[in-house]
Design a protein around this ligand. Structure first.
Ligand SMILES: Nc1ncnc2c1ncn2[C@@H]1O[C@H](COP(=O)(O)OP(=O)(O)OP(=O)(O)O)[C@@H](O)[C@H]1O
Ligand SMILES: [Mg+2]
Length: 172
């Protein structure tokens, strides 16, 4: 390996603009972008049970994450940066991902993407309808509320270690 590369680790609440920021960072850094939603939708979308079942979803997310990371290690070793939008809802998910990146000899750049609740609710409604570039699947109000409970906002220490992309600083 020549120089350590950077893995940008994107996190934030639902519809805060993570996929939008991920695309901007990938373009800026000539990096390869991975989004767990895209992989789940492409690989398992047609097989998804009608009734939301986390016991069905989670092992498939884990399989996708494992393959994505194995591929990222090769990309990083070959001298390119990666941008990862992997969910990372809980701080322990972010810590684990950061440790994986650092153990492979590269740098992890935490990127916290945030927007107000009202803005995010509005964006979900609009995206469900418009189904633009960053759309993967319909997010119902029930799914939105469930995610709000699972997502852990960064504490003071994690926020300090993160680059923050907020409504005020992100222009699309
Ligand atoms: N700064 C912004 N200003 C206005 N609209 C935005 C901004 N960032 C993103 N959007 C729009 O808001 C919607 C949600 O953005 P995006 O898909 O990037 O969010 P996300 O955090 O990736 O969502 P999810 O949590 O579902 O993955 C999209 O329709 C996108 O075009
Ligand atoms: Mg997204």
């Amino acid at each position: 390996m020549t120089h350590p590369q950077t893995a940008f680790l994107i996190y934030g609440p639902t519809a805060s603009g993570k996929s939008t920021v991920a695309r901007q960072l990938a373009a800026e850094h000539n990096a390869v972008r991975f989004a767990i939603d895209e992989w789940m939708h492409a690989l398992f979308g047609p097989d998804t049970p009608e009734k939301m079942d986390m016991a069905w979803v989670m092992p498939r997310v884990a399989r996708c994450q494992a393959r994505i990371w194995a591929t990222c290690e090769q990309i990083l070793a070959s001298g390119r940066d990666v941008v990862l939008e992997m969910g990372l809802l809980r701080q322990q998910d972010r810590d684990r991902m950061q440790s994986l990146v650092e153990a492979s000899g590269h740098a992890a750049a935490l990127c916290f993407v945030d927007a107000s609740l009202a803005t995010r609710r509005q964006r979900v409604l609009q995206r469900n309808q418009q189904q633009g570039d960053t759309y993967s699947f319909q997010i119902t109000p029930t799914m939105f509320d469930a995610m709000e409970h699972i997502f852990e906002r960064p504490g003071a220490d994690e926020a300090r270690r993160s680059q923050v992309f907020s409504e005020e600083s992100t222009h699309v």
